[in-house]
Write a protein that binds this ligand. Structure first.
Ligand code: PLP
Length: 392
């Protein structure tokens, strides 16, 4: 590990040099199966030819001009995303945290418009929304906030998946919005009870609150539909995206609809890089490919295959609490912390992640095939069985 880097990451001792689909090769030529896809980023897998072509073509033509000028590809991407989501307009930025910053600023503007002076946003325990001051303040994880006090104010926290806890706030006059992940990512692949999002939609409609969905991890096909909210019959007022949108190039977006439109006006928000021609070309190639190959359906089918396979091997295992999945967001919760499994998987040529201390998280590229899924099932199952045998 180099002293030249700020030591803010706990990195695995491996550096990758090349990728193709769900495979990665390290600097000594060893091959790994990637069941994490750069944390739900490379949904099309590594070095997808459509993305490579889009990036190379666009890099040779025009990379950046700034938002002082019209950007044709940005307009096209906005039209594409709004058409597919049913949202009205898009704002582009460079990361998930920035997309959520935009959402939180919109909530403040929405409150001003309604005469609320000290507005609150309802957020969830166990949520993750980013590392900027506002988004870490919204995040429901003390470890993310530790050392950065005073936090940004204006957040009310309730348990995740608990509609009654949000309904209990309906009497308050100072709430502007609800910000929630349809399935928690960093929080351990928690899936809310049936009717949770529609229920939140109903409360927000009744009270004039914005429903803001953080789909930075769940969006772009990962859960089996292009956006996770599309499993149900509703539309949010704000939808934040990032991770899978660029297949690895940094791009984020905040989509708005209904009462969230018209809040940002010239001078109220912006970013130098946001939505430049290079990243928009990549995102358009991602959406083209997702549609041409119907990858959301594939994610749904492969997610079922993987979780059923894991269930057959581990479903009755005493150390396994639960196997949860929505599409290719898969969480295998053990009854104890299991962070060391990440390194053990790496030694066996498999990239996985452990989040919320005891949840093995699988976020493979949407393009994985059955043989690769079988390899993931076998390696993860073997590791958990060995982990349990050693603990006994
Ligand atoms: C990753 C993530 C973020 C933050 O995105 P960055 O690009 O790392 O800033 C926010 N919300 C959710 C749900 C995420 O998974």
């Amino acid at each position: 590990m180099s002293d030249a880097l700020v030591q803010n990451y706990r990195r695995q001792p491996v550096a990758f040099e090349r990728g193709e689909g769900a495979w990665l090769w390290d600097t000594s030529g060893r091959r790994y199966l990637d069941a994490l896809a750069g944390i739900a980023v490379c949904g099309l897998g590594h070095a997808h030819p459509a993305v490579t072509r889009a990036l190379c073509d666009q890099a040779g033509r025009l990379v950046h001009t700034s938002n002082l000028y019209e950007i044709t590809l940005q307009t096209r991407l906005a039209e594409r995303l709004t058409a597919r989501s049913g949202m009205d307009q898009a704002f582009f930025c460079n990361s998930g945290a920035e997309a959520n910053e935009a959402a939180l600023k919109l909530a403040r503007l929405h409150a001003r418009r309604r005469g609320i002076e000290r507005p609150q946003v309802v957020v969830m325990e166990g949520s993750f929304h980013g590392r900027t001051l506002a988004t870490l303040s919204a995040t429901g994880n003390a470890a993310v906030q530790q050392g950065f006090e005073p936090l940004v104010e204006g957040f009310i926290r309730v348990p995740y998946g608990d509609l009654a806890a949000v309904e209990a706030l309906a009497g308050r006059e100072d709430i502007a919005a609800v910000l929630v992940e349809p399935v928690t990512g960093e929080g351990g692949i928690r899936i809310p009870p049936e009717g949770y999002l529609p229920g939140l939609r109903r409360v927000c409609d009744q009270r004039g609150w914005l429903l803001m969905l953080d789909e930075i991890q769940t969006g772009i096909g990962r859960t089996g539909t292009l956006f996770a909210f599309q499993h149900e019959d509703l539309r949010p007022d704000c939808l934040t995206l990032a991770k899978g949108l660029g297949n690895g190039v940094p791009i984020g977006a905040a989509l708005v609809a209904g009462p969230a439109t018209g809040l940002f006006t010239p001078g109220t928000h912006g970013t130098t890089f946001g939505g430049n021609p290079l990243v928009c070309a990549a995102a358009l190639a991602v959406l083209d490919t997702l549609e041409a190959e119907d990858l959301p359906s594939r994610a749904a089918a492969m997610g079922r295959y993987l979780s059923e396979g894991l269930g057959r091997r581990l479903g009755q295992h005493p150390m396994v609490r639960e196997i949860r999945h929505r599409g290719l967001m898969i969480g295998l919760e053990l009854d104890r912390p299991c962070g060391e499994l990440v390194g053990q998987a790496l030694e066996r040529g498999l990239l996985v992640n452990v989040t919320a201390a005891q949840v093995i998280r699988l976020l493979p590229p949407l393009i994985i095939d059955h043989a690769q899924a079988d390899e993931i099932i076998d390696t993860v199952s073997t590791l958990v069985e060995r982990f349990a045998a050693e603990a006994a």
